[in-house]
Design a protein around this ligand. Structure first.
Ligand code: FAD
Length: 507
């Protein structure tokens, strides 16, 4: 960025409002990808600060960092990061039950027939173990092992996809340096007022508390739950999904680094909602997601502090939210990215990913001074589809439970969205999983949650029906042994970090 604009054309001025994870990810990507013709500035207020949570990711974040040319080990050192092979769901089906939704494959498909059909036949026969027994990432996670996941080789080493846990504040700081080095201009100050064009209704300038004015052509609203431009200024409607996802509060607290640096996120079901535990190099992130209709903050505070290892590093912080999305994430000349565009609780670590896909979509449409309603409509349809399918996946975790508490009983009794009903009906009838378009979660992702939360298909693919029971046992045992042999060769997560990407511990 920063070269001369083509002669005779004024540059398009892009103003990013907000310097949280969304703001600095957007700024870093624009700084890296946008050529002459664009100038990019970011406005943030030190007085307001950022949400400061958001520590677990999914493997796609690696593509974002790679596209920007960021060195993985340097990034992990800078953000006190650790590796993540999946998420352990403790007690979600019932107390004492646990499974891991792991990244990557489960078992191996055979020809036309997906692995889930072999598994479900064995489950109906009564002897299949949970899907984790046949999953490389789960076995590695439970053994506390890490490997960079080489692609398939002639020796047939399986792929092991991974993501990261990191300190979101440090990631934003890391990207800020990156973006500023590529020409993004930062303005610190409080936006007090927004100016709009009397005719078009587009935003023309931001007025800061100290009197400065910042004019722009395209505004990216990364102002978090305040939704300063898309919500307050433009009044974009918010679709409320609390009837499907009743949690409306979170309480977050950090505790010291734990001895056992597990390479997975823990999501532990509670009487109301759930608790997360995320191990970083320098500390542990803990938090609780809950429904305030069912439990008082004070009770959650006691439970949260009673459930962490070591002493809390600060007072727990309460965050209120409304699950849902903007009907239009792009309205007039404003595109909302991050929390201003909507919120889905962090159960499957999808918020940072949604920032990444929004950035990719903006770069694809690359709005200039002239913007088209057809582009806005297409963008908004894609945004809606993506959010709704992730929403369905999260609802599934709540609905497919066998717990006794009133909160969980109410989750079981809810009326599901049609799109989710179709998935569940298809899987329970024939073991098939159908994924449409650019849905985020893969067939094996859906399979792991449905199978481990108690849904069992009544039938399997014809090919899985014809194999003898003895051969089926041999096949599943072989997979288990193959993965165990692989994992035995890997380094421990601790040793892996120490060797490649250990951050300096704070004194
Ligand atoms: P914020 O971080 O709130 O940033 C807003 C910015 O706007 C700030 O810089 C602020 O200064 C600026 N601003 C606002 N108003 C003004 C003004 N008037 N003038 C100037 N500047 C202004 N995501 C994941 O991917 N994984 C997770 O594990 C995860 N866990 C989460 C747990 C919880 C409890 C919550 C609530 C969210 C979690 N998220 C997670 C989501 C993640 O935290 C956010 O998606 C991410 O941090 C993006 O936030 P943001 O940048 O949109 O907003």
């Amino acid at each position: 960025m920063g070269e001369q604009a083509p002669q005779g054309e004024a540059r398009t001025r892009i103003i990013i409002v907000g310097g949280g994870t969304a703001g600095w990810m957007t700024a870093a990507a624009f700084g890296h990808f946008l050529e002459a013709g664009y100038e990019v500035a970011l406005v943030e207020s030190d007085a307001i600060g950022t949400i400061g949570v958001g520590e677990a990711t999914i493997p796609h974040i690696r593509l974002f960092n790679q596209a920007l040319g960021i060195d993985e080990d340097a990034f992990l050192r800078a953000t006190q990061g650790t590796f993540k092979l999946g998420i352990a769901f403790d007690g979600w089906l019932r107390e004492g039950h646990s499974y891991i939704h792991a990244f990557g494959d489960v078992g191996r498909d055979v020809g036309l027939c997906a692995f889930q059909h072999y598994w479900s036949r064995a489950a109906r026969l009564g002897w299949a173990e949970g899907t984790g027994a046949y999953t490389l990432n789960t076995q590695a996670a439970l053994a506390g092992k890490m490997h960079r996941g080489a692609p398939y080789t002639p020796q047939n080493v399986p792929v092991m996809p991974y993501a990261y846990h990191f300190d979101a504040g440090l990631y934003a700081a890391f990207l800020r340096k990156f973006a500023q080095a590529r020409g993004v201009v930062r303005h610190e100050g409080m936006i007090q007022r927004v100016e709009r064009d009397g005719q078009s209704g587009d935003i023309t300038a931001l007025h800061l508390a100290d009197g400065r004015q910042i004019a722009g052509d395209l505004f990216v609203d990364c102002s978090g739950m305040r939704a300063l431009l898309i919500g307050e200024a433009l009044g974009a409607e918010y679709q409320d999904w609390r009837h499907w996802l009743p949690c409306d509060s979170a309480m977050a607290v950090q505790s010291p680094r734990v001895a056992d640096l597990v390479p997975y996120t823990r999501s532990i079901a509670q009487d109301v909602g759930w608790q997360w535990r995320i191990p970083l190099q320098h500390r542990t992130g803990n938090g609780r997601v809950y429904a305030s209709d069912y439990i008082a903050d004070e009770r959650v505070r006691e439970q949260l502090l009673g459930g962490i290892e070591g002493k809390a590093l600060h007072d727990p912080r309460v965050i209120r939210f409304v699950t849902g999305r903007r009907r239009e994430a792009w309205k007039h000349n404003v595109i909302a990215v991050g929390l201003s565009s909507g919120f889905l609780e962090p159960l499957e670590s999808t918020s940072i990913h949604l920032i990444q896909t929004a950035i990719a979509r903006i770069l694809k449409f690359l709005p200039g001074k002239q913007q088209h309603q057809a582009d806005r409509d297409a963008y908004n349809r894609q945004f809606a589809f993506e959010m709704e399918r992730i929403r369905d996946f999260i609802i599934l975790h709540y609905w497919a439970n066998q717990r006794d508490e009133p909160f969980w009983q109410a989750c079981r009794a809810m009326t599901l969205p049609d799109s989710l009903c179709q998935k569940i009906d298809l899987f329970t009838a024939s073991g098939q999983i159908h994924r449409e378009g650019e849905e985020l979660f893969s067939e094996v992702g859906w399979f792991q949650v449905m199978a481990n939360q108690g849904l069992l298909p009544r039938a399997s693919h014809g090919m899985a029906q014809t194999i003898s029971e003895g051969d089926l046992r041999d096949y599943l045992d072989l997979l288990k042994a193959l993965y165990a042999r692989e994992v035995a060769q890997y380094a421990t997560h601790e040793a892996f970090i120490a060797r490649h990407c250990a951050a300096q511990m704070p004194m």
